[in-house]
Design a protein around this ligand. Structure first.
Ligand SMILES: CC(C)[C@H](C(=O)O)[C@@H](O)C(=O)O
Ligand code: SF4
Length: 469
């Protein structure tokens, strides 16, 4: 009998093309997502070497980071740098025969939202993209991780990737999430617990009944931020929810192929007794809504907590870095989180830009008005999310409350397009990174769930969503 294996072991074993004695392996790649930021040099490399894309049908390109999100973008992109990058992807996709969703295509959106919507993301596959949040796709039980531009070129040319196997880590979350506490709070709490280096060298499998209870979209939120915990990828074993989500998506297997695929997908769950190098457990029932206070995703605290005092940290380097974070954030130890006033609200990104996120936000703001001191925007993660939201009338709710309703893209998740914070502005954001300058030079980011961001927009400061009426 073979030794019990984790889902990571199984997907790995099924994709090794060849293996060296030092553990270096050549891995077959089933799916390659491409966006405009990390692909130009890769295509250029192919062109110079007179190589073609080996498997165009396993490659999908979409623009997301640079595209403006204002309605006038269909008249052309004004920012020259953005326009050049977007045009380069269009040209490269056409020249190399890769399917491409441009900014006027309703299937366009953030690459990690588009993959699952199209059924491009499937359980048991290896998925790469020149983007760190490729970990999102692990929610489907796919081995999905970000790669660098030279690797993008390698995958385009050969459909393989050189990798060394990571260790197995298990994060088990049990218990029932309290009302108002979400997948976003689970992953922020995990990163708070393990730190941004806690997953280094590992692939994290998320398990436990709290993970099972999450929708596919919630699972994507959790896997999305695995990378902020330092892990190479996040994985969740596929189940009936996974199959139901994928079924009938444009690229999902059909007919007999579907039945065969489901049989295989069911075999992927980790075996009883499989070995994990590291195990972390978390009680979902004890989780509050969480707010980040610093400049790292590990700087998190309960919404009814206070800004911590770095002097309580023993390690000197850490202490001074947390003081620096507070200085950057313009915060003082002991300040109640609910006393922190905000200037901007951003609801969107590949972490929380899906339909359920928008529904959660709409439920909070319905019939209310955005605080006059706050400027708030909703950026659907894809054209299909936008279309669905409009069919449900969510856009009307947001517009009536005073939110801006934008076109899909990465938007203010990172300051690569026109959506950005001004120096000193403080933002409640549903995105995944709060590094210095992430949302704009000297901008201050607080990471929260969509409902928490929506409530902050109305109140003008953070509020405990559990008390919201
Ligand atoms: C621009 C891109 C390479 C980057 C990433 O790798 O994640 C971006 O998506 C981000 O979220 O910081
Ligand atoms: S939405 Fe943000 S995190 Fe996601 S791919 Fe775009 S920039 Fe990266």
């Amino acid at each position: 009998m073979t030794a019990p294996r984790t889902i990571y072991d199984k997907i790995w074993d099924d994709h090794v093309v060849s293996q060296q004695d030092d553990g270096t392996a050549l891995l077959y790649i089933d799916r390659h997502l491409v966006h405009e930021v990390t692909s130009p040099q890769a295509f250029e490399g192919l062109r110079t070497a007179h190589r073609s894309v080996r498997a165009p049908e396993k490659t999908l390109a979409v623009v997301d980071h640079n595209v403006p999100t204002t309605p006038d973008r269909h008249e052309g992109i004004k920012n020259e740098e953005s326009r050049i990058q977007v045009e380069a992807l269009a040209t490269n996709a056409a020249e190399f025969g890769v399917e491409y969703f441009n900014e006027s295509d309703k299937r366009q959106g953030i690459v990690h939202i588009v993959g699952p919507e199209q059924g491009f993301t499937l359980p048991g596959t290896t998925i790469v993209c020149g983007d760190s949040h490729t970990s999102t796709h692990g929610a489907f039980g796919a081995l999905a991780h970000g790669i660098g531009t030279s690797e993008v070129e390698h995958v385009l040319a050969t459909q393989t990737l050189i990798q060394k196997k990571a260790k197995n880590m298990l994060v088990e979350v049990n218990g029932e999430l309290p009302e108002g506490v979400t997948a976003k709070d689970i992953i922020l709490a995990i990163i708070g617990e393990i730190g941004t280096a806690g997953g280094t060298g590992h692939v994290i499998e998320f398990a436990g009944d709290a993970i099972r209870a999450l929708s596919m979209e919630g699972r994507m939120t959790v896997c999305n931020m695995t990378i902020e915990g330092g892990a190479r990828a996040g994985l969740i074993a596929p189940d009936e929810k996974t199959f139901a989500y994928i079924k009938d998506t444009p690229r999902a297997p059909k007919g007999k192929a579907w039945d065969m695929a489901v049989d295989y997908w069911k075999s992927l769950a980790s075996d009883e007794g499989a070995h994990y190098d590291k195990i972390v457990r978390l009680d979902a029932a004890a989780l509050p809504p969480i707010v980040s206070w610093g400049s790292s995703p590990e700087d998190v605290i309960s919404v009814n907590g206070e800004v911590p005092n770095p002097d309580d940290i023993k390690d000197e380097a850490k202490r001074s870095s947390k003081w620096r974070a507070l200085d950057y954030m313009g915060l003082k130890p002991g300040t109640k989180i609910t006393d922190i006033a905000i200037d901007r609200v951003f609801i969107g990104s590949c972490t929380n830009g899906r339909i359920e996120d928008l529904r959660a936000a709409a439920k909070v703001v319905e019939g209310k008005t955005v605080n006059p001191k706050v400027s708030a925007m909703i950026v659907p993660g894809s054209g299909l999310v936008k279309e669905q939201a409009e069919a449900e009338g969510l856009d009307k709710i947001f517009l009536a409350a005073g939110f801006e309703w934008r076109e899909p893209g990465c938007s203010m998740c990172l300051a690569m397009n026109d959506d950005r914070l001004k120096p000193g502005e403080r933002c409640a954001s549903t995105s995944n990174r709060n590094f210095e300058g992430r949302q704009g030079f000297k901008g201050r980011t607080h990471l929260v769930s969509p409902a928490m961001a929506a409530a902050a927009a109305i109140a003008g400061h953070f509020v405990d969503i559990r008390d919201w009426k």
